[in-house]
Every structure is written in C-alpha cells, then in structure tokens.
Design a protein around this ligand. Structure first.
Ligand SMILES: C[S@@+](CC[C@H](N)C(=O)[O-])C[C@H]1O[C@@H](n2cnc3c(N)ncnc32)[C@H](O)[C@@H]1O
Length: 502
C-alpha cells in the first residue's frame, strides 16, 4: 500500500509536468514569442533572475499551469514527508525559524541589491561581508542556508548570486543609496520584498533575531538588544553552561543530557562508523578521553564495542554527576573514578567545537595539543557542512581545494547521489545541519564548519588532519588529526604560561 502511494505521488508529479509542458508548447505553436522574440517553450530557470515581462513568466499564471503547479508542490511535499525520517521532519518544523531569520538578514543588509549589481558570476561571501560589516564566515553560512533552500545560488564555494526567487527581494535601488537612507527602500511602490520585510521583522519577531545580533544599525526595536548581555538568547550575562547548571534550571540540565543522547538519532549510522578508526588499531588498555563527553552517551556505546580499551569521560562537575547516576542505573560495571591524563591514545571531542567561536574552540584544542603525546590522535566528531553549489552534469562538482592530503576529504564534501540538477549538498534533504549551524551561531556564537574550516581550526591549534570519514546518508563526520607543529604564537610559551593565558 505504501509503495502504491509513493508511486501515485510520483505519477502526480510527472502528470503535472506534462500538463505544464503542453501549455507552453501550445503557446509556442500558436506563434507567441517572448519579449526578446524567442520561442517561449522553456520553463523559467530557477538559477537566474526571471524576466517579469517574458512570455514564460506570463504563462506561470495560466490556469492550467497554476493547477499543475499546486499538484506538483503538494505531491513533492507529501512524498518528502512520507519517505523522510520523522525525526528530521520534526527538526525542520522545530528549527525552520532560521530560514526566516536568514531571509530577514539578507533583506536588512541590502544583500539582494549588492548581488543584483554583481550579476550571474556572484560575489564572494568575504566581499559581501566587508560591505555589510559582518564577518565573512557568518555571512557565508547564512547565505548557504538560503542557497540550500533554493533562495540563492552558491555559484562556487563561498560565492553567491541571486536566482529567480531572491531576485524578488531586489528593491531596484543601489546598495550605496540604501546605506545612506534605508527608509527609501520601498518608496512609493507596492513591492513583494516589502511584504516579506514587514512579515519577518514587525510581525514575526523570530525573523529579526539574527539581524538584531549582527546588524544593530538595522534593529527596529531597541528593547531587543540588552546592552550587557553575554547570552542574547536567554538574556543573561552568565555563560551558557554555567547558566544551565544554575539553581532553577535543573530540568533544563537534565533535558540537555537527554537531548545529546537523542541527537544521535540523526547520526546513528555515523556513530557506528566512529568505531572504524582508530579504535580497532589501539592496543589493549589504551586510554580514550571523551572531552566534554556529557553524560557519556557516546562513550558507553564505544565501551560496549571496545571493552578492552579504557574510557574516561571528562565534563563539568554537575554534568559528570548526572552521567554517573545514569551509568550506575544502567551499566554500573563501567564505573570507576579517574583523574585527568596526559598523552592518552585518543582525545575524542564530539559536538564540542561547534559550541564555540573559532578563538575559543582553538583554546580547547590547544589545551589538548599540549597534553598530547606524539602518538595521541585527536578525533573530532562534528557535522561537516558541504557547499550548496550545483551538481554538474558530468558529476565533477566543484568542491573545496587544497585538501588533497586528507584521506576521505572528497567523499565527505560531495554527497553521493548529488547529480545534476540537484545541489551538491542535496539541498533541503540536508537542511538539518544548516539549522544546527544557525542554532549554534545564535546560542553560542559557535557554528558548524565546512571541511576547510575544520582543518584550519585544527591547524591553528597544532593538529594536522590526516583523515576524514563520513558515511552515506549522514553529514556527521569524524576527523582524525595527529600532533603537528605548534603555531608560532604558542610554541614559545611554557605550559604554565599557556594555562595562564587560557
Ligand atoms: C554539546 S555537548 C556534547 C556532549 C557530548 N560530547 C555528546 O556529543 O553527546 C557539550 C558538552 O561540553 C561540556 N562542557 C562545557 N564546558 C566545559 C568545560 N569547561 N569543561 C568540560 N566540559 C565542558 C558541556 O557540559 C556539555 O556536556
């Protein structure tokens, strides 16, 4: 029955496309021509701004086309909801507000006007960032979430252009003029873009939070930005982890531990892959330290599989207490108390770096680098964000350069099955990691990272990435690094000096 329903949905999509093509073909046969005189048989392309005066755009309002489009969208959505893991559909519903936030940022920073000027070759995130006054990485990540949802085009890694959808946000004014007087943006014309701006800012506050954080000059509600807040999302000056452990937040702390266990729901397969390397090669009794290991959910899974290794979970004291309680109830034989160690076989750092901006994540990895022995491996378990570039027809999709020495690098950046015209990151099928990226940004000023960003972060802390492993169907990856040269600014410092600095 379910397969019959899937096939029925597929047939509705195919029939809808046939219906649209018939309308377009009969218009061409009747001699209708687009404004530039060419036959109007092609459906408007998604990846370039549409010509509002073209015959093809006019045909989009043809009653038969409208009816077919409604059936195609309905069936495509229905199909996706049917085949997709329910957990991921819930993630979309729960974190979809980031799409509104990114759209609002795009509009408030006048990026459509910049991109309109740049044309089809697009503009590098770094150049956009310089113009709007926000850092390049944050700008690139926001634009990539939009590109993943087909609201922009990532022309090549970190380079973005308008498409048929985002072109609607172009006010037609210049970026320079708007930077002088933003209140002119929608002067005297009924524009669709103004409709989105009002909805995402004045009507739906969730849309404005990124703008409040990143473009204070565009904030319309002064009360939105408490001046001395460390943590904007909770309106508190207490850092997140200490706030989570504060009296009154007991239920939140317990829920957080469970949430970390639950997060394995989207990388269950990747968790199995974690065991592949380097654990089977380690000698009996080798020590694995799970740094920031939470209540030990990952360690317990690894310890069940590699009982001959010794595992230590290191975390903040209240979290360790919760972990001990959970373990005492379920696996008491695994419990024994331990102290911090130097030169273990493995430092495992899973979903920790994404909580921190680069400077702070670097400090964590530097501490581990200082405590490492020559054979210590660092295993970073994190999502690896692929670019949202289009899959090429020949399959040779452009991906990040200069990672040739890292085993497995190409495989984790180009998702298998990502063939033309799908995006190399499989578009909204991968939405979850881009939601998490923006969640990390807004809660912690952290981020999920692309592979080049992971490699650069590790190198900045004296770790040389040698291998990356992902698994088909998951964007979670394991990055294995060995001690490399210490960066010049810390190489000269003693351990005590470094600790004092950190
Ligand atoms: C996102 S959770 C990841 C937990 C675990 N690694 C996992 O993947 O399930 C980040 C962890 O870092 C811990 N953490 C934060 N600050 C810490 C610190 N100063 N020392 C040790 N752990 C810390 C938090 O308590 C939390 O358990």
């Amino acid at each position: 029955m379910t397969f019959a329903a899937l096939r029925a949905l597929q047939a509705i999509i195919a029939a809808g496309i046939d219906d649209i093509e018939r309308v377009f073909a009969s218009e061409s046969a009747s001699g209708a021509r687009s404004a530039d005189g060419s036959p109007s048989t092609d459906f408007p392309a998604l990846d370039v701004p549409g010509d509002p005066d073209s015959r093809a755009e006019a045909l989009m309002s043809h009653p038969e086309v409208l009816s077919a489009v409604a059936r195609i969208v309905s069936a495509a959505d229905h199909l996706a909801a049917t085949v997709r893991a329910p957990f991921l559909t819930l993630c979309n519903a729960g974190m979809g507000y980031h799409l509104t936030g990114c759209l609002r940022f795009l509009e408030a920073a006048h990026i459509p006007e910049l991109l309109s000027n740049a044309g089809p070759d697009g503009m590098l995130a770094g150049d956009i960032a310089r113009r709007v006054g926000v850092d390049a990485s944050t700008t690139g990540h926001i634009l990539r979430l939009l590109a993943t949802h087909h609201l922009l085009r990532e022309v090549r890694p970190d380079c973005f252009a308008l498409n048929r959808i985002s072109a609607l946000l172009d006010s037609g004014k210049t970026f320079e003029a708007l930077s002088q007087r933003k209140e002119w943006k929608y002067d005297g014309r009924g524009q669709k873009a103004a409709f989105f701006a009002v909805n995402s800012d004045e009507l739906f506050k969730a849309g404005a939070y990124l703008t409040d954080m990143l473009l204070p000059h565009a904030v319309t509600d002064d009360a939105a930005l408490p001046p001395a807040a460390f943590n904007l999302s909770q309106r508190t000056a207490t850092p997140y982890w200490a706030w989570l452990e504060a009296p009154g937040n007991e239920a939140r702390l317990a829920r957080f531990g469970c949430a970390m266990g639950g997060s394995q729901g989207w990388e269950e397969v990747a968790l199995q892959a974690l065991g592949d390397h380097p654990f089977p090669e380690l000698p009996d009794g080798a020590v694995v330290v799970d740094v920031g290991g939470g209540i030990g959910a990952t360690t317990v899974r690894l310890a069940e599989r590699f009982a001959r290794l010794k595992f230590i979970v290191q975390d903040r004291a209240p979290v360790c207490r919760l972990g001990e309680e959970a373990l005492r109830a379920r696996n008491p034989e695994m419990l024994s108390s331990g102290r911090s160690v130097r030169a273990p076989a493995v430092f495992l750092v899973r979903t920790v770096c994404h909580d921190w901006p680069d400077d702070f994540a670097r400090r964590i990895l530097l501490q581990l680098r200082r405590a490492a022995g020559p054979m210590t491996r660092l295993v970073i378990g994190e999502h690896i964000l692929p670019y949202a570039v289009a899959g090429a027809r020949d399959g040779a999709t452009e991906h990040a350069p200069a990672l040739a020495d890292i085993a497995g690098a190409r495989d984790v950046q180009l998702l298998r099955g990502a063939r033309w015209p799908l995006l190399a990151n499989l578009g909204t099928a991968s939405a979850n990691v881009y939601w998490m990226d923006l969640t990390m940004k807004t809660i912690f000023n952290g981020k999920e990272r692309t592979l080049p960003e992971h490699v650069a972060l590790a190198a900045s802390a004296g770790w040389r990435v040698v291998r990356v492993s992902g698994i088909e169907g998951s964007l979670f990856g394991h990055i294995v690094a060995l001690p490399g040269p210490l960066p010049a600014d810390v190489a000269a410092q003693s351990g005590a000096e470094l600790r004092a600095r950190l």
